[in-house]
Write a new protein. Structure first.
Length: 311
């Protein structure tokens, strides 16, 4: 006999046992889920399978569910402490807060780091500015070029840097964040000669000279770029104070020697040829400039004027 025959057989004891066991298993699981049905007989009312009695069972189940399910209470509305204050007092407070926010100075783009700017974005923009200055110079540099080569949308460039002047100024600001230190050869003469030769190395190669030349040219056309360039070299002069400190310790210079004036004197003849007379420069000219600056230092030409004493 097939399984279907066993299931459909009337009066077969095995069939009734199997059917009772199957229904009982389902009923036990349901009773475990709903404690209200525990210990009640298997009547089919819980499943709605026996006409009117099934509907009555469903209704009773719904009534029990509603009675046993806790109702959700709406949380009390939150009231801010400010809302309990008089209207005039709140108005005065809001006016003071608005004034304090509007009075806070907003830094000009390119002169400080806007909040949220990542180092990677800033470096990418800097590299694009340097590339644009090298390829097209300051007059040919555009926001579209920087946006295309940096991957930063031009709307972001305008919002964070304010325009080309801010971009150039920030690029110079980043250049001043390097780890450059002045040479330390053991003598003042050797240090000055090394400084002069660094100028030749920076501008003798057209590829390396493109960016610094463009920065200097931009300073003639943009006040922001001029301010940034002065700040860049002021930082360089400050670092060169170590050269004079070592020379003073060795007895090669007086303590009144102005480091910035001395470094300017070393590079001045070279810059004159580069940007005024447009003449070539070389190592021999660098050594000559260093020798002249050293002689002037020994003669006290770069000593700071002493403070006159009260008579």
């Amino acid at each position: 006999m097939t399984d279907e025959g066993v299931s459909a057989g009337q009066g077969h004891k095995g069939s009734r046992t199997s059917r009772s066991g199957r229904v009982g298993a389902i009923d036990r699981s349901t009773a475990a889920a709903d404690p209200g049905t525990s210990g009640r007989p298997d009547t089919g009312e819980e499943f709605g399978t026996s006409g009117a009695s099934g509907q009555a069972g469903a209704a009773r189940g719904a009534t029990r569910s509603a009675a046993t399910t806790p109702r959700r209470e709406r949380p009390p509305s939150r009231t801010r402490a400010d809302d309990t204050a008089p209207a005039t007092e709140r108005a005065d407070t809001e006016a003071v807060e608005a004034t304090s926010h509007s009075a806070a100075p907003r830094p000009a783009p390119g002169t400080s780091r806007p909040g949220g700017r990542t180092a990677r974005t800033r470096a990418a923009v800097r590299d694009a500015v340097l590339s644009g200055l090298g390829d097209h110079g300051y007059p040919g540099l555009t926001i579209e070029y920087v946006a295309e080569h940096s991957g930063v949308h031009k709307t972001t460039l305008y919002r964070r840097w304010g325009g080309l002047e801010g971009l150039v100024a920030d690029a110079l600001d980043m250049a001043g964040e390097d780890t450059w230190t002045p040479p330390d050869t053991g003598t003042l003469e050797g240090d000055l000669r090394a400084l002069a030769r660094e100028v030749v190395d920076a501008f003798d190669d057209p590829t390396k000279a493109a960016a610094p030349t463009a920065f200097i040219a931009a300073a003639f056309q943009s006040p922001r770029a001029a301010d940034a360039l002065r700040a860049f070299y002021a930082e360089r002069f400050t670092r060169c104070e170590a050269v004079i400190a070592r020379a003073v310790a060795r007895g090669e210079a007086t303590a009144d020697t102005d480091a910035a004036a001395l470094v300017r004197a070393v590079s001045a003849p070279l810059m004159l040829r580069l940007f005024v007379t447009r003449e070539p420069i070389d190592t021999a000219l660098a050594d000559q400039s260093a020798a002249a600056a050293l002689a002037a230092t020994r003669a006290g030409a770069f000593d700071r004027p002493s403070t006159p004493k009260n008579r």
